[in-house]
Design a protein around this ligand. Structure first.
Ligand SMILES: [Zn+2]
Length: 406
């Protein structure tokens, strides 16, 4: 028994028409017009597959085949980054839809309910990543929703106006949640490893935790022609020094973990002025909680030391934090066994990117299947997969779901 790749391809291509960006790619942030259209489309697909459609107060969408007991779930998200691709998230939701459709068609006897889940705002276009899955497990607080700024400007409450959702309904979502036994997510790798290793399947063994800070070096702006080097308080040089040293530190002491300064704003930002202030993002990740804590201590103290030797001030504010997640051995082994039966080459690998599965790990066992994406490119209109890889990944998902629910 296998999935139909033609039907899955058709679904992905249809959903990929919703939210087409005039600049190329797809822009479908949660609660935008495009997202609301995509939700309607998904609802119709779920119902015509004969699944029980459901939606909670956070706009998470479900499709269920009922049975007694705790649910075995599979899914991902259908929101995208601005100007993203058509596979990130959508592939996981629609692969799960295809699996449940096949199980329904074959009328397989279930010992546990099977449920498709599509989580709201995984991409964090609104107030931090994983809004929907965090609402689902009940780990959101009112302050974040009311005070967090969205990347579009207006606060979340205003973005929700005119929809059927509110901050209260989002905070309440977890009270309607079914008991979950296991959550499985198929996703693009969003990196180059599987393609380089020529493996169509990656079985994720852990998901990296992340610390995300907004930071600033404060110096003083002065004339670029008249201020001698030794009298400058150049905030940009402070950041340059810190960025190099922090990368060296992680590469030497915690190879495999990551640190990135991804967003920089130099002020006042002029040809003839020594930068007096530089704002920057600091993103560091590790698959070990201890390493993540050690990196936090070391990197912040390195930034303070860099500031003090250069006559600068260092300021920092934590924006988001997630813990690393280890995938339970019985899920990894089950997937390896199924790959063996299906004769699919596979490898285990960690996920450096965060996923809804990581959030679900606080209430259920989780597992993840990666498929390669061309040149490791994702969050881009250039995002591409091989249909053959998706077919294999979805067959693995299908057989793992059947093993867990029967
Ligand atoms: Zn995603």
């Amino acid at each position: 028994m296998n999935i139909s790749i033609d039907r899955l391809k058709k679904d992905i291509e249809e959903l990929g028409q919703i939210g087409r960006d005039p600049n190329g790619g797809i822009s479908r942030p949660s609660f935008s017009k495009a997202d609301l259209d995509a939700r309607e489309w998904l609802k119709e697909r779920i119902q015509s597959a004969g699944l029980i459609y459901g939606q909670d107060g956070a706009g998470n969408i479900f499709g269920r085949i009922d049975a007694p007991g705790k649910a075995v779930m599979a899914g991902s998200h259908i929101d995208t980054v601005i100007n993203g691709g058509m596979f990130d998230g959508s592939a996981g939701v629609l692969a799960a839809l295809e699996c449940l459709r096949r199980i329904k068609e074959e009328d397989i006897k279930l010992k546990k309910p099977l449920e498709l889940a599509s989580f709201t705002d995984e991409e964090g276009n609104l107030v931090g990543d994983f809004l929907g899955s965090r609402a689902f497990v009940g780990s959101l607080d009112r302050k974040t929703l009311e005070e967090g700024s969205t990347q579009f400007g207006p606060p979340l409450a205003e973005i929700l106006e005119g929809t059927e959702f509110s901050i209260d309904s989002i905070l309440d979502a977890h009270t309607q949640r079914p008991e979950v036994d296991t959550f499985l997510e198929l996703h693009l790798e969003q990196g180059p490893v599987l393609e380089t290793e020529e493996k169509p399947i990656g079985i994720v063994d852990c998901i990296a935790g992340k610390n995300y800070w907004l930071c600033c070096f404060l110096g003083s702006a002065s004339h670029a022609g008249t201020t001698p080097f030794e009298l400058r308080k150049d905030a940009f040089l402070g950041l340059s020094d810190f960025a190099l040293k922090s990368t060296q530190y992680v590469a030497i002491h915690h190879y495999g973990s990551m640190v990135t300064v991804g967003k920089v704003a130099v002020h006042p930002g002029a040809f003839s002025i020594v930068p007096g202030r530089v704002d920057f993002s600091l993103d560091f990740r590790s698959t070990s909680k201890e390493t993540l804590e050690e990196m936090e201590r070391h990197l912040l103290s390195l930034a303070r030391d860099t500031a003090s030797t250069r006559g600068l001030e260092f300021q920092s504010k934590i924006v988001d934090k997630t813990d690393p997640v280890r995938i339970p051995a019985h899920i990894i082994n089950l997937m390896k066994e199924e790959c063996g039966t299906l004769e699919y080459p596979s490898m285990t690998l960690p996920s450096g990117a965060g996923h809804d599965a990581q959030i679900l790990a606080s209430i259920a066992d989780v597992g993840m299947i990666f498929i390669p994406c061309e040149d490791g490119i994702s969050h881009s209109p250039q995002e591409k997969i091989k249909w053959d890889d998706l077919e294999k990944g979805t067959n693995l998902l299908l057989h793992t779901l059947i093993r867990l629910a029967t």
